[in-house]
Design a protein around this ligand. Structure first.
Ligand code: CP3
Length: 342
């Protein structure tokens, strides 16, 4: 039996109290993150400088003693490795060169050509594997094909993924070819992270909720299933966390259909519903609303308690329903951890 509580929960064990980490735990709410980012110059330089990227992954472990560290990188490094232009507009978010048809797709590189560009990320993983305390689990990650494609097609973040839905409707073959390219690249990228020392991988499908019906099956479920099957064939026993954010009722059955060991839940899902409909298939992760870490107050402890109580009967990893926001108070993170750890 592992001494790492995250691995035990992922293996299906019900623990006396849930292990805990936090999406975006390395981020702008922490003064030490802002200082290291300043030193790097900009966000992408931080991602591609292994010593500094490892440093910001370690900061929340030192400050709070979380049970897992997540690699510091971004889901949009994969499109960049495939040849897309990528930059971040200050205060606005990511910008990419746009994929609007078969010609743009043909100009991208193949899945085998991504590793030179991504080598610094693998080096970050190696540093973390060496430097993390022995009880802390190292999580690697990638964006799921649909979410990454939605940024590549629009060239930016969009509230409703409109451009990606439009390409899917107008030219399903080109759209499906992009999803296939990303599926292959994601398998190789995550596999390289595991070879470098990641013990768990998480697939972020932040915009899964805008896929409905057959589209959800084809472009959220099927790629996740293919990625997980290929990873587990290469790395037997590798635990995988899937995060089909805002999937609503489609959270039920997602683990069984894809082979994921754990389902990360957003805050729109009621813990009582998820205990009955998702946790019955294995570990769940989540799902405190990140706004509690801005607001604090008695709502924070009450929110933590409701989640821990609802999931106490099965395997659970405590986390937020989405990333912590830059305006969160670091002291509220401490209060959250104290509430989880009784
Ligand atoms: O601590 C961690 O969670 C690990 C690192 C991590 C980042 N991004 C760092 C980051 C992870 C796992 C991600 C995933 C990611 N990136 C997702 C999926 C999860 C989600 O939030 O839904 C998405 C959609 C992205 C794309 C992305 N990256 C956007 C839309 C933005 C801009 C929005 C924002 O919050 O500023 C980023 C930038 C980004 N990625 C930051 C961080 C810490 C902020 C950059 C900064 O320091 O200025």
């Amino acid at each position: 039996m592992s001494h790492k509580t995250i691995l035990r929960a992922l293996a299906g064990e019900t623990l006396p109290e849930p292990p805990i980490w936090m999406m975006r735990q390395a981020g702008r709410y922490l003064p030490e993150y802002r200082a290291t980012r300043e030193k790097a110059g900009d966000f992408l330089s931080l991602c591609y400088t292994p010593d500094l990227a490892a440093e910001v992954s370690l900061q929340p472990i030192r400050r709070y003693g979380f049970d897992a560290a997540i690699l510091f990188a971004d889901i949009l490094l994969v499109p960049q490795a495939l040849g897309a232009d990528l930059w971040f507009e200050t205060g606005e978010g990511p910008r990419l060169s746009v994929i609007s048809g078969p010609g743009d797709l043909r100009r991208l590189k193949g899945r085998d050509d991504i590793h030179d560009r991504l080598a610094p990320v693998y080096e970050t993983v190696r540093i973390l594997a060496r430097e993390l305390p022995s009880a802390v689990t190292l999580i690697g990650f990638a964006g799921a094909p649909w979410t990454v494609a939605s940024y590549m097609i629009a060239g930016r973040g969009t509230p409703d993924q409109g451009p990606a839905h439009a390409l899917k409707a107008a030219d399903r073959a080109t759209f499906a070819a992009l999803i296939d390219l990303l599926t292959g690249a994601t398998i190789d990228y995550l596999s390289a992270q595991v070879e470098a020392g990641a013990e768990v991988v998480k697939l972020f499908d932040s915009w899964a909720g805008s896929l409905k019906g057959r589209d959800f099956d084809d472009f959220a479920l099927a790629p996740a299933k293919a990625i997980i099957a290929a990873l587990k064939a290469r790395h037997p026993g590798l635990p995988v966390i899937a995060f089909p954010r805002e999937a609503g009722p489609r959270y039920a059955g997602f683990a069984r259909a894809t082979g994921a060991d754990c389902i990360a839940l957003d805050s729109a899902v009621s813990p009582a519903w998820a205990a009955e409909n998702v946790q019955t298939d294995g570990c769940v992760q989540g799902n405190l609303d990140p706004r509690h870490l801005v607001e604090g107050g008695p709502g924070l402890e009450a929110g933590v308690r409701a989640i821990c109580d609802a999931f106490a009967g099965g395997p659970h990893i405590f986390n937020l329903g989405h990333g912590i926001t830059p305006d969160a108070d670091p002291a509220n993170v401490e209060r959250m951890i104290r509430a989880v750890r009784g």
